[in-house]
Design a protein around this ligand. Structure first.
Ligand SMILES: *[C@@H]1O[C@H](CO)[C@@H](O)[C@H](O)[C@H]1NC(C)=O
Length: 396
């Protein structure tokens, strides 16, 4: 019974696969490749070379079925015959001079990505049975900008936002097909980290936006690559970061209230001031004001007498940029004159106390352990030695 079922199944399989092979071999598919926007000839020719001027042939695009070009005894879609799909209106022509030789090839103007697919050229009236030719059209996309007047066909890059320390860069690739890989590279052509790309699709075209934050002055490049068509294109952008550090560095130099503020590498030159908690400028001394490669390294000191919080404020007027760091001087610290115990002495004494304690504990444990051992020994040895004594005493 099972054998029968198996036989039946394999019979079905053979029949089905035989059918598929047959269908495929009936109409071999020729492949034609074209670059998007280029014109292409879809070939179709009777090998008998018979004159087809007064015959009927029809070009159809498959799935979904669309009327591409029909020719019937000298009338066709370009001279009044109705029925052509709007998609192909004005874009398809045939070769009247070639008809005499059985050549029904057509020319498709300015191919679009949407044109890709399978086309059939049918001669329904040919005896003994209709003749069918199948063409697979492959349209290779170009990387390009669409519907953006005046835009160049490469990525566009913009500096969205910038501070002294970083710049946020954006790259837009518009209307590309096939889908490109988009990356940000540094000037050494190394990929730098970037955000998750935003990808959208209109028709067959991809729109990709890629952002990155850079923290160094330099030249950056947005690169779009389409491996399939061996195409790579880029756009560069220069970034000038001329920053102060994220904030001025502030330190208490001396416990008696000498405060120091350091602004490393700022451009344009910042004004650096010490302010008290009422935003009043304190008298201060610039101890360093150096320029290196167009950046200013400034150190400003002030002496405060009162405990409280003080701010070092770095201002770049030209850039409307102001940044500050705060530091607080505590009463205990300022009240602690050098006459107090020096830190190293306190550390030494502290260390000494710890050592003494550890030694003491060790000694106590050792003594305890020793006496315990002694007790145990006495308990073990006690009776035996007494027995010994007894034994010896019993000996005459
Ligand atoms: C049919 O005509 C086209 C256009 O002139 C030509 O490119 C093609 O080679 C012709 N085909 C044959 C088989 O002659």
């Amino acid at each position: 019974m099972e054998l029968l079922a198996l036989l039946f199944l394999s019979f079905c399989f053979l029949t089905l696969s035989g059918r598929t092979f047959a269908a495929e071999s009936e109409t071999p598919v020729a492949r034609v490749t074209v670059r998007e926007d280029d014109d292409v000839i879809l070939p179709c020719s009777l090998d008998t070379n018979e004159n087809i001027e007064s015959m009927l042939f029809d070009w159809v695009k498959e799935v979904p079925r669309k009327e591409v070009f029909m020719y019937r005894n000298r009338s066709h879609y370009n001279n009044g015959l109705p029925g052509q799909d709007v998609e192909f209106k004005g874009r398809v022509s045939h070769y009247p001079e070639e008809l005499k030789y059985g050549n029904a090839s057509i020319r498709l103007k300015q191919t679009r990505l949407e044109d890709k697919g399978t086309y059939t050229c049918i001669f329904p009236e040919i005896k003994p049975s209709e003749k069918i030719f199948r063409i697979e059209l492959v349209v290779e996309g170009r990387l390009k900008v669409r519907n953006v007047p005046g835009a160049a066909p490469h990525p566009s890059v913009t500096n969205l936002d910038q501070t002294n320390d970083w710049a946020l860069l954006k790259c837009d690739v518009k209307g590309a097909y096939p889908k490109p890989t988009v990356e940000w590279w540094d000037s050494n052509n190394q990929t730098i980290p970037f955000e998750e790309p935003q990808v959208s699709k209109k028709g067959e075209h991809f729109y990709i936006t890629l952002k990155t934050t850079v923290k160094k002055t330099g030249r950056y490049r947005c690169v779009a690559t389409q491996k399939e068509i061996h195409h790579q294109i880029y756009k560069e952008i220069n970034v000038h970061l001329n920053g102060a550090g994220p904030k001025p560095y502030v330190t208490i130099l001396k416990e008696n209230g000498l405060l120091e503020c350091e602004v490393p590498g700022a451009s344009p030159k910042p004004t650096v001031e010490w302010w008290d908690s009422d935003n009043k400028t304190l008298p201060s001394k610039t101890v360093q004001d150096e320029e290196q490669q167009g950046r200013f390294h400034v150190i400003v000191q002030t002496t405060v007498t009162e405990p409280g919080c003080y701010r070092c404020v770095a201002t770049q007027m030209e850039k409307w940029h102001r940044i500050s760091s705060e530091i607080c001087v505590h009463r205990e610290k300022t009240a602690q004159p050098p006459s107090g115990l020096p830190e190293w002495a306190a550390a030494l004494i502290g260390g000494f106390i710890v050592v003494v304690f550890v030694v003491a504990v060790g000694v106590v444990l050792k003594i305890k352990g020793y006496s315990l051992k002694k007790d145990l020994q006495r308990m073990e040895n006690g009776p035996s030695s007494e027995l010994e004594r007894n034994l010896t005493s019993e000996q005459p």
